[in-house]
Design a protein around this ligand. Structure first.
Ligand SMILES: C[S@@+](CC[C@H](N)C(=O)[O-])C[C@H]1O[C@@H](n2cnc3c(N)ncnc32)[C@H](O)[C@@H]1O
Length: 217
């Protein structure tokens, strides 16, 4: 399958999910993974960027903490729902992260990327992390969670392995499952301040993931 196929399939897959979900302000679930980084988040004077915001779990959490938020996703439906459900948001933008991030250099002190950095090849992940580093201020933080290679409830190791730990799924999308070495290698341009494998229980089946906070040096 070509890179363009993976991109289209990913867009269509997620847009269909949000078309079906009927998210409302109340139905969007939050969890407390960002509490650990509360002091860093509290210091952000400008809006926090929520990349791959989806239904807005983290947008809702951040708004609840009194933060300004810019939310982004590739899905038009996700962005439409965010605008309707969270009208107090600073901005909601629809774009594909692989086209680059449409923000000026050094715009943010905090970027959140929850469960959205594990869909890409090595080359695309490296490009995207370069973009995140570009839009962060020096000393700024990226907080994210990614699939663990132990996430067997959510397809770890299933499909065609097109690169180490990157699989083509039966939906024709890509999914990466990380081991700690992958995080150290791919995020080597940042200082890794926190990296822990853990279990998330926001989904019906437990999900194994890495919770990570890195700092732009
Ligand atoms: C598992 S959902 C996570 C949603 C939300 N962050 C959360 O934790 O609930 C992954 C999200 O990443 C978005 N995404 C995946 N690839 C993307 C890309 N190339 N550009 C923009 N958004 C993308 C999807 O559309 C989807 O909304």
């Amino acid at each position: 399958m070509s890179e363009q196929d993976y991109r289209k399939n990913s867009h269509d897959y997620w847009d269909a999910i949000y078309q079906r979900s009927g998210n409302t302000t109340e139905s969007v679930k939050t969890d407390d993974w960002l509490d650990l980084f509360a002091e860093v988040i509290a210091q952000a004077k400008e809006p926090v960027l929520d990349l791959g915001c989806g239904g807005g779990n983290n947008t809702k959490y951040l708004l609840g903490k009194g933060k300004q938020v810019i939310a982004c996703d590739q899905s038009e439906k996700a962005i439409e729902d965010i605008q309707n459900n969270f009208p107090q948001i600073t901005e909601a933008k629809c774009f594909n992260m692989l086209d680059g991030l449409p923000f000026a250099d050094a715009s943010f002190t905090v970027v959140i990327a929850d469960l959205c950095l594990h869909y890409f090849t090595e080359k695309d992940t490296d490009f995207l992390l370069g973009e995140i580093a570009r839009i962060l201020k020096p000393g700024g933080h990226l907080m994210f969670r990614v699939n663990s290679m132990n996430d067997v409830n959510h397809g770890a190791g299933e499909g065609i392995e097109i690169e180490p730990h990157v699989y083509e799924t039966k939906n024709g999308t890509l999914k990466r499952f990380f081991v700690e070495e992958d995080i150290k290698r791919l995020f080597g341009r940042f200082a890794i301040e926190y990296c822990q494998e853990e279990i998330m229980s926001r989904y019906t089946l437990e999900k194994r993931l890495f919770r990570v906070c890195v700092k732009k040096m």
